[in-house]
Design a binder for this molecule. Structure first.
Ligand SMILES: C[S@@+](CC[C@H](N)C(=O)[O-])C[C@H]1O[C@@H](n2cnc3c(N)ncnc32)[C@H](O)[C@@H]1O
Length: 395
């Protein structure tokens, strides 16, 4: 029997061949520790299972950029600006980068990198800059912390799909009111990333795609980077399959815009996707970064909107990100859903924090300042914002 079949939060089966001392490979090829996990909750116990901890500098730049701009207001409005980076891996580098990227948003931000393996926490210690940046041992119980933002990238990927809901519940249960969990997956060098944003109600609110467009053949190239709970669902009949199929079709229809570079083509395709009825939550200001955020779950299915013609490229529109789409509210797509920027938060179910995260947590980068936004992007991906969109370096 697989030694990890303990409790609800467990990784994938790992009865395959041994892969290095103390590690073996699970069915998805991920290397995981062979040690019997200690999953029981308790003060001295960290919930979860350590893996090899693959990471790389700049790998999570796309998520950080989104957090520092589109999601900036969550941090900005927090009474206690505490951010947790769950599962920082074998090196603390992405946690250090996250701290540096979030400080322009909130100078007093505190970032805590958590890892299950005590030796990784010890190895990260020299990178700490207390009180702003620290490292500690912790798992899904978050070492008792109550952050306003949790970033959990490339962590749940190594668990079974059935473990995702309980992991989400454990994590969002620790969030401050109005906080968010960003949970997803990316490739090794951070060129392709997908992540959910969840609020304290335990349900995803949105799904974000972010890609280096110069190396993308079509939007569905992102499918292998879908968050754990969607990765096996990219099959006909599932929402994520319908979305990626629609996005690919929009991409095809936008082929003529490819003459101006992949960025212009992505912007055009994102506009078409919205016209096709998907509740796209952001706008050209985010699309030009190779990003797109849709409400999730998408509702009863895409329906054509009578939103009228939308220019294929609305150009640099700093105010569009996070604004209620013109068509929101006019379509059954958003029926019953809590709009991301629906204003005051309704009370949550008994015993749970309110279900909304307040108004407009998905905000315009304008509030961060176009210059700051531009600087952040240029630091990470030089040349991305220059010219007509065909120049894209680094990723
Ligand atoms: C693939 S690495 C990702 C590192 C980094 N977040 C990144 O994206 O580059 C996943 C890390 O998550 C850690 N991990 C797995 N489950 C965890 C849990 N429940 N709590 C904290 N860390 C966990 C593993 O030990 C591993 O170091």
């Amino acid at each position: 029997m697989c030694p990890y079949r303990v409790g609800a939060i467990r990784p994938t089966l790992c009865e395959q061949g041994i892969h290095g001392r103390g590690f073996e490979r699970d069915v998805s090829g991920v290397t995981v520790s062979r040690r019997r996990p200690r999953l029981a909750a308790g003060r001295a116990r960290a919930l979860g299972l350590p893996t090899r901890g693959t990471t790389a500098p700049n790998r999570l730049r796309r998520v950080d950029r989104w957090l520092a701009s589109a999601g900036w207001s969550v941090l900005r409005r927090a009474t206690d600006p505490l951010v947790v980076d769950l599962g920082f891996g074998s090196s603390p580098v992405t946690t250090v980068e996250m701290y540096d990227r979030l400080r322009p948003v909130r100078a007093d931000v505190r970032v805590v990198g958590l890892e299950l393996a005590p030796e990784r926490v010890a190895a990260a210690e020299p990178a700490a800059r207390p009180p702003g940046l620290t490292f500690a041992r912790g798992g899904f119980e978050l070492a008792g912390l109550r952050p306003v933002v949790i970033r959990a990238m490339n962590v749940l990927r190594q668990y079974e799909e059935g473990a995702v809901e309980s992991a989400w519940a454990a994590l969002v249960g620790r969030l401050q009111t109005g906080g968010i969990l960003v949970e997803g997956t990316c490739d090794e060098i951070g060129r392709r990333a997908c992540w959910f944003t969840l609020g304290p109600d335990r349900r995803p609110r949105s799904l974000t795609f972010s890609a280096h467009l110069g190396s993308l053949t079509r939007p569905s190239d992102l499918a292998p980077r879908l968050p754990k709970s969607l990765i096996a669902r990219n099959v006909p009949g599932e929402d994520v399959h319908a979305l990626l199929t629609s996005f690919d079709a929009a991409w095809e229809r936008s082929a003529p815009r490819g003459a101006f570079g992949p960025r212009q083509r992505w912007i055009a395709a994102a506009g078409l996707l919205r016209r096709d009825g998907w509740l796209v939550l952001d706008g050209p200001h985010r699309w030009r970064l190779g990003e797109l955020t849709v409400a999730w779950p998408p509702g009863p299915g895409p329906m054509p909107l009578d939103a009228g013609p939308m220019p294929l490229d609305a150009g640099r529109t700093p105010l569009d990100a996070g604004r209620t789409p013109l068509d929101a509210g006019r379509t059954p797509l958003d029926a019953g859903r809590t709009p991301l920027d629906a204003g005051p938060t309704p009370p949550g179910p008994e015993g749970l924090p309110p279900s909304g995260v307040g108004s407009s947590w998905l905000e315009s980068a304008e509030c961060l300042g176009e210059d700051t936004e531009h600087r952040l992007v240029e630091q990470d991906e030089p040349g991305l914002l220059d010219g007509g969109g065909s120049r894209e370096h680094g990723g």
